[in-house]
Design a protein around this ligand. Structure first.
Ligand code: C5P
Length: 230
């Protein structure tokens, strides 16, 4: 399956949770004045909608049709992204650990992934798109101008996530978080459809020892180089 519009540039940023993708993608989109696709939020929305309806995380048929008919709206507010599902603001629920675990299980189901392809490609509009996820460079936008695979050690990712949750007032045990992150990583990497992996033409960046700004500068430099080689 090919992506829709070859003329609109895409920066695909893939990698495991906690690698800093979300923050970096949002900053890049803002800097460039491009649109942003947080594809993980779509899988999280499927999870929230399913949990509200009492649908199990392994009910592929029900989750597939739920994903195909998602009634979602995104808006950018001063304090970040606001997400509505079925007309209700569910932003505060999106990043909970419960939703993380459910979304990672639902994301392994082919029917769910297939249902979200069209919705994701619909984000592609001029002047450009920064797309953050697990399969942006491999499946959703194979013709992306620039592909980044952002990683960090599991310890660093667990610590970052712990800090994030603490700031939101959620108390989570760090070693439990570490185990959960490893579990989700394994599931994302080993699933049969669209597993988490770097595209052959992706640039690998390890953010364990880098600041957000250092990662951002690296990507902007790669973008410049890709423009120069057009
Ligand atoms: O990136 P985020 O942690 O918000 O994603 C939530 C879950 O959705 C991940 O654990 C992953 O399993 C899944 N996901 C995916 N493909 C994407 C984005 C997210 O499978 N492109």
């Amino acid at each position: 399956m090919k992506q829709a519009d070859h003329n609109v540039p895409v920066i695909a940023i893939d990698g495991p949770g906690g690698s800093g993708k979300g923050t970096i993608a949002a900053l890049l989109a803002e800097r460039l004045g491009w649109r942003l696709l947080d594809s993980g939020a779509l899988y999280r929305l499927v999870a929230v909608a399913a949990m509200d309806r009492g649908i199990a995380a392994d009910d592929e048929a029900a989750l597939g049709s739920l994903a195909a008919g998602l009634d979602v709206e995104f808006a950018v507010a001063d304090h970040g992204m606001v997400v509505w599902l079925d007309g209700r603001d569910i932003t505060s629920r999106l990043r909970s650990e419960e939703v993380s675990a459910f979304s990672s299980r639902a994301a392994a189901l082919p029917a769910v992934r297939a249902a979200l392809v069209h919705l994701q490609r619909g984000f592609l509009r001029p002047p450009g798109l920064v797309a953050d996820g697990r399969d942006m460079g491999t499946v959703i936008f194979p013709d992306a101008r620039l592909k980044i695979f952002l990683t960090a050690s599991a310890e660093a990712r667990a610590k970052r996530r712990h800090k994030q949750l603490k700031e939101k007032g959620e108390s989570v045990n760090l070693s439990r978080l570490f185990r959960e992150i490893k579990k989700r990583d394994d599931r994302d990497r080993s699933r049969a459809v669209s597993p988490l992996m770097a595209a052959p033409d992706a640039h690998l960046i390890d953010s364990t020892e880098l600041s957000i700004d250092e990662v951002l500068q690296k990507i902007l430099k790669l973008l410049e180089e890709s423009r120069a080689s057009l």
